[in-house]
Write a protein that binds this ligand. Structure first.
Ligand code: ING
Length: 312
């Protein structure tokens, strides 16, 4: 039986601070409609798809901060998205700011969910690798305060049986860390879904060219795909948000590491790829047959040590 999934990568253009949830959801629904026209079965949206990338703003008023978070999902703003996806028989994933009461306290996470074609949330992931900093940094040309607004996720990297395969999720900066893909790879992942919001400029190195940032973006997802024999669907929120430019460059990456689809704009754009999950098999059964080739007795430092300890 064919295990080909036609995937729609729903890149989104910018969302301004002034844009309501309704504006974001209407644009997401338009992308769902386009995906339906292209006979997609699964649609992948970006990180923080409902709002502007608010960690660029230094805020201290909890009410101002909480305005960027959802306390239930679906909710009034996103119910139309869930309804249209169900109407189209589309599964989808998207990222959002999540505020929850759990374990006797309030928590805020950078979250993504996986929703099946009936509208049931089958998986949730909370971002593990939070880049940036926890307090205003005057040395930076702009702020990246994810460590201020989000807690480190408590889900870990999980994979689910989904659409005849094994699907996992990660979020943005997670894609730069090989551990992300390997933990998913050790669960047999065949497709990793991720969204990102990546500044086109390095706030700590103005001289870093945008094409180098695009190279790092591609390098990270291509390596993750190849080294774990998995598809990777990596989808941007792009364009200029209140004067701050976000990188485009959404891609679908084959288990060989080759990019098979790439966005051409920095706006709302659907990229489409027929992803044959059986294309993972050759890599998982030969060069990256983990059971035959990995030597965990030599990997201890990876989990025993966080930072670098140099030899004397
Ligand atoms: N954004 C960026 C990312 O990892 C970043 C942060 C940019 C880190 C450039 C390193 C270099 O793509 C998010 N949201 O993680």
């Amino acid at each position: 039986m064919s295990r080909v999934i036609r995937v729609g990568g729903a890149q989104m253009g910018p969302l301004q601070k002034s844009d309501s949830r309704q504006v974001a959801v209407e644009r997401m629904i338009a992308l769902l409609d386009r995906a339906r026209e292209r006979d997609c079965r699964l649609v992948v949206f970006p990180e923080l798809a409902l709002t502007t990338f608010f960690p660029r703003w230094d805020m201290d008023d909890p009410r101002e901060i909480d305005a960027y978070f959802e306390t239930e999902m679906p909710n009034a703003a996103t119910r139309p998205l869930f309804d249209r996806a169900k109407e189209h028989g589309l599964a989808f994933s998207f990222g959002y700011g999540e505020r929850v009461e759990e374990d006797g306290g309030q928590h805020r996470y950078n979250t993504s969910i996986l929703v099946d074609e009936t509208g049931h949330i089958v998986g949730k992931y909370r971002k593990t690798h939070l880049p940036g900093h926890a307090a205003f940094d005057p040395e930076r040309s702009f702020q990246h305060l994810e460590k201020k607004y989000f807690e480190v996720g408590n889900t870990g990297f999980r994979a689910w049986r989904f659409m005849g395969g094994i699907v996992g999720m990660c979020i943005c900066n997670d894609r730069r860390w090989p551990e992300t893909y390997r933990v998913l790879g050790l669960q047999g992942v065949e497709m990793v879904l991720l969204g990102f919001n990546t500044p086109s400029v390095n706030s700590q190195r103005a001289s870093e060219a945008e094409d180098l940032r695009t190279f790092h973006n591609d390098l990270s997802v291509q390596a993750g795909a190849y080294q774990n024999g998995t598809w990777v669907v990596s989808i941007a929120k792009a364009g200029v948000e209140d004067g701050h430019e976000l990188l485009g460059g959404s891609t679908v990456v084959h288990p060989s590491g080759r990019i098979v689809a790439r966005a051409q704009t920095v706006d709302d754009e659907l990229i489409v790829a027929d992803c044959d999950l059986d294309a993972c098999n050759f890599y998982k059964e030969t060069i990256f047959d983990f059971a035959r080739h990995r030597r965990i007795e030599h990997y201890g430092l990876i989990t025993q040590q966080t930072g670098v300890v140099r030899p004397d």
